[in-house]
Design a protein around this ligand. Structure first.
Ligand SMILES: Cc1ncc(COP(=O)(O)O)c(C=O)c1O
Length: 394
């Protein structure tokens, strides 16, 4: 059978190979420490669980409005106003089954054949593939380690040409943990407005910020940039609710309406009980979020202290999210176990074989000199994992 042409442009994530190897080793009874995960290891807030269960008992089990319940959209409007200084009406909100689905609706509604979309590199795995699925072309903009994995306004300006329609901006960033300061955001917003781009601001890690850093949404920097921004957020990371599947978008009404059309013919809406649980979390679960962030902060410090001892690696201290993204090029040409390593993929396969430690190869994020290590695990695992890595790389 011949598959659709668009599938031939889709890459299988390089993390797939590592995950498959790790699963096989675990099934064979080997003690593999998994640092490749992209989700909080905390329980969902009690208020969300109770509300979700009660929704099922009350038979809140039917279709909801395509764009999500009014009650939930109102809670999102309130959240955006009080926490992010953003002013939206409920008809400027679209609730989707996960932020990934929100992003997909945005990309499908905004970009098509002939359009180019700027994607800072390193990038989260799904951006380039969603852009390709829409028939548009991702164009990568380097966010080098030497610049703290951030893009420069001048580079953004130079990259613009008449085909470039948009930019995807994700901070705190997966995989690097980088977060933009206010003056950096303002400079980027100036270029976005000048070049008449649309920006998809993926703010899913908003709450996971350390050292008392404050989050600023780029859309809050003025009406001009707000009119060009699609804000994406969701429950997965801040509220440890990955499996519930709830994301949302806030944007000017014509964009939200266009995204709603995409959603009405694909996923319809997130599960009704998930919407009830998410409403409860948005109204009541901030203590849970605070506890989780404090613990992630301690783990980040432990991870950085351990990595500092591995002198062949260099690592930028992440401001947010729950990943470190060390540069492993100092290992290239050396052996891990029996394997001579020449790229991030080799290092991650070598560490899995020799140290029984699973990390994500940088290739998955467009950066073969790096590996991504998640600190979404307990302190003991961080200690054991770093010791094993240290022994394996010598
Ligand atoms: C940067 C980024 N955006 C979006 C998502 C999607 O999150 P969700 O679980 O809400 O679909 C993820 C999940 O890993 C992510 O890392």
């Amino acid at each position: 059978m011949r598959l659709a042409e668009r599938i031939s442009h889709l890459e299988l994530s390089p993390t797939f190979k590592i995950n498959a190897m790790a699963r096989k080793m675990k099934a064979a009874g080997l003690d593999v420490l998994d640092f490749s995960v992209g989700e909080p290891d905390f329980e969902s807030p009690r208020s969300a669980k109770e509300a979700g269960k009660s929704a099922i008992d009350r038979n809140v089990t039917r279709y909801t409005a395509n764009e999500g319940t009014l009650e939930l959209r109102q809670a999102i409007v309130d959240k955006l106003r009080t926490e992010n200084a953003l002013t939206y009406e409920t008809d400027q909100i679209l609730v989707s089954p996960g932020a990934k689905a929100s992003l997909y609706c945005a990309v499908m509604a905004l970009f098509g054949p002939g359009d180019e979309v700027l994607v800072p590199r390193p990038y989260w795995v799904s951006y380039p593939e969603q852009i390709r699925l829409a028939g548009a072309t991702p164009v990568f903009l380097n966010a080098p380690q030497a610049r703290g994995f951030k893009i420069a306004p001048a580079d953004l300006d130079v990259a613009c040409n008449p085909k470039v329609k948009g930019l995807i901006l994700n901070y705190p960033n997966n995989p690097t943990g980088a977060c933009y300061a206010l003056h950096e955001l303002k400079a980027l917003a100036d270029v976005i407005v000048k070049r008449k781009l649309v920006v998809i601001a993926d703010e899913i890690y908003e709450k996971l910020l350390y050292d008392n850093r404050e989050f600023t949404s780029i859309a809050s920097l003025g009406p001009e940039i707000a009119s060009r921004t699609v804000v994406i957020n969701g429950m997965s990371k801040a509220f440890a609710m990955t499996g519930w599947r709830l994301g949302y978008a806030a944007a000017p009404k014509p964009i939200i309406e266009a995204m709603g059309k995409v959603q009405s013919h694909t996923t319809s809406h997130p599960a009704s009980m998930t919407q009830v649980a998410s409403h409860a979390a948005l109204r009541n679960a901030y203590d849970d979020v605070e506890r989780m962030v404090a613990e992630f902060g301690r783990r980040r410090d432990a991870m950085m202290a351990g990595l500092a001892k591995l002198t062949r690696l260099t690592c930028v201290r992440p401001d947010g999210a729950f990943y470190v993204f060390p540069n492993v090029s100092g290992l290239f040409g050396r052996k891990i176990g029996y394997r001579t390593v020449m790229c991030g993929q080799d290092v991650s396969e070598g560490l899995l074989e020799a140290a029984r430690v699973a990390v994500a190869p940088g290739e998955a994020f467009g950066s073969p000199q790096h590996i991504r290590i998640s600190f979404s695990c307990d302190m003991q695992q961080i200690e054991d994992g770093l010791r094993r890595i240290g022994e394996a790389i010598g």
